[in-house]
Each structure stands twice: as C-alpha cells, then as structure tokens.
Design a protein around this ligand. Structure first.
Ligand code: GYE
Length: 318
C-alpha cells in the first residue's frame, strides 16, 4: 500500500468520536465523582465530549439532547433525572439515527428500542441491602426503642421525587421489610420525606423530623450519603448523638461518609458505584462499530461499615 493510503486508513481509524452527555447536575458528592469519571474516561478514549449540566431540570436535559441531535453527534449518553417523560425526545434521536445509552439512573419508555443499552446501578438491590444491614445490626447489638415502645422507629430521607434511584431504593427496602416475617413487629416507619439528594435539604428535613419526634427516632435510612451528612448536623443540633442515639445508614459510599464513619457519626453505607465512565465509552465504541452489547449492565457494589471505615478509606476511589 502507498504511504498515502496508509495515512488515509489510519486517519479513518483515528476519526475522533463526538459524544453528547446529558448529566443531571451537581446535587451530591456522588454526582461530582460520576461527572469527573465520565470526563476523565472521555480523555482516555480520545472522545470529543459535549457535556451538558441540566441543573436538576428535565427540560434542560431535553434541550441538551435536541442540541446534540442538531450537532449530529455520534452517540448520546443520558442520565435521566426522573424515570418518565423521555419518549418524545428519544424518538427524535432515533429518527436522526443517533444511538442513545442510558447511564446511572433507569427510565421507563413505551418502546425499549428507543435506547441501545443501560449502564447503571441496582438501586432495588441497594434498598434491600439497607434493610438487611439494619436488621442484622439491631439484632447483633440488641438495640431497643429509645422511647420504651415495642418497635424501632425508622425515618427515611428520600431522594429526588420520580428518580429511579429513589423508587428503586424505596421499593427494595419496603419489599425486604415485608418479606421479613417479623418485620412489622420490629420496625415502624415513622416518617418518610424527600431531601432531594442534597446535604442542605437532608439537614432541613431531619430538623423537621426531630421537631415532631425527637425522642422517638431510632434509625435513619438516608437514600444518599449527602443527606445523611446533613442529617448528622441536625441530630447534633438537637443534642443527640448520631450513630448512637440514632443509627444512620445511607447509600453511595463517598469519601465524605467514610470520614463520618471514621469520626463515629454514621454507621454504614451501601455502595453505589459512580465510576461508570470507562464502561460507558467502551460500550459506546462497541455500539458505533456495530457490535452487540447487553441491554442492561450493573456495575459492582458492596456494603461498608463504620468498624472497617478507617482501613478501607485509603483505597476508596471517589
Ligand atoms: O445515589 C445520589 C445522586 O442516581 C445513583 O444520585 C444516583 C444517585 C446517588 O445524586 O447521591
């Protein structure tokens, strides 16, 4: 082959991919880790990344996707802030023959061919792990209701309303509670309200829980670490000891919660892995080469407790 042909063919191979990525915003430490990971992986894969931050608004995500379509990107990544309301915009992408990969959160569409594949976390399993951790912990430590009653009172800080991470974690937790034959005898859900996955709102909602039930709350299930960290502030301000007077379990496994566990302020975190960038770009490249990919892939996740936090901390990547 002539030098010219070799150069031409390697130029074809090296054609840089342009990928549009619609992110939710920056509501939590987890989300920041997720965004940083996607940006780093884009560099490693030499992708021209068009990154859009929707500032917690679905309408901004829809606008971003429409812009990506107009720009004729090769592929679109979407983190759906809520599960529904995507059919029309995904139909537009399909008509333009731009493949869409769903990242992190799940969605519900009328026609599954509107996206190629989903890469994310198993929020239902996370909710089940939260229940199991609580149940094991109270048994092992013979935890008694603070108010002398016969059930342990649980309060829940929920995530963004309508987000798959919220419904999945809630359903996983509630189903595990119902599946436990003694569940209803041991536990009472005293209050459950959204804290929008943010530290600020987590603190505010916990304050209001404490205002009405300061001496009744035994356990807090926060659907993410940030809300748990906000709640710690509220609990301390109410003159109670987080992790002792009120047992705290959350979801994510960010560095901030490891520090809180080391400091004795929360008890456990169920891991939700934000490092999805590598898998996202690998999958995108396969899709664009015409290879088949699994319709749904979950990244790996564990459970971490306060007694192991100091040991594990140095190896945490987010
Ligand atoms: O748990 C929370 C974030 O969608 C799994 O969103 C994600 C959740 C995560 O803001 O911290």
């Amino acid at each position: 082959a002539s030098i010219g042909a070799i150069i031409a063919s390697s130029a074809v191979q090296a054609k840089q991919l342009t990928i549009g990525f619609s992110q939710i915003g920056a509501e939590s430490e987890w989300r920041t880790a997720n965004t940083n990971d996607v940006k780093e992986a884009a560099k490693a894969h030499n992708v021209n990344l068009k990154f859009s931050d929707a500032q917690q608004k679905q309408e901004n995500q829809i606008k971003a996707i429409r812009t990506f379509i107009a720009q004729k990107v090769d592929l679109i990544g979407l983190v759906p802030i809520v599960a529904t309301g995507w059919d029309n915009i995904l139909r537009e992408a399909k008509r333009a023959k731009i493949p869409v990969l769903i990242v992190d959160r799940d969605l519900t569409v009328s026609d599954p061919s509107l996206y190629v594949a989903k890469i994310g976390t198993d929020s239902y399993a996370e909710g089940q792990k939260v229940y199991k951790w609580i149940d094991d912990y109270v048994k092992a430590n013979n935890v008694k209701p603070r108010n002398g009653g016969d059930k342990l009172n649980i309060v829940i800080l929920e995530g963004t309303v309508g987000a798959s991470a919220t419904t999945g974690r809630g359903n996983g937790f509630n189903d595990a509670l119902k599946a436990d034959p003694d569940g209803a005898k041991k536990f009472n859900i005293l209050a459950s309200q959204t804290g929008d996955f943010t530290r600020q709102k987590g603190q505010e909602v916990m304050e209001s829980f404490l205002k009405s039930n300061r001496n009744d709350i035994d356990i807090l299930f926060a659907m993410n670490d940030d809300m748990a960290l906000g709640a710690v502030q509220a609990i301390e301000a109410a003159g109670l000891k987080p992790s002792k007077d009120i047992i705290i379990v959350s979801v994510d496994g960010v560095k901030g919660i490891f520090q809180a566990m080391i400091d004795g302020k929360t008890n456990a975190t169920v891991e939700c892995n934000p490092l999805q960038g590598e898998l996202f770009f690998q999958t995108a490249e396969k899709v664009l080469k015409g290879e088949s990919v699994p319709k749904s892939v979950f990244v790996e996740e564990g459970v971490y407790t306060a007694d192991k936090a100091a040991e594990v901390f140095p190896s945490r990547k987010y």
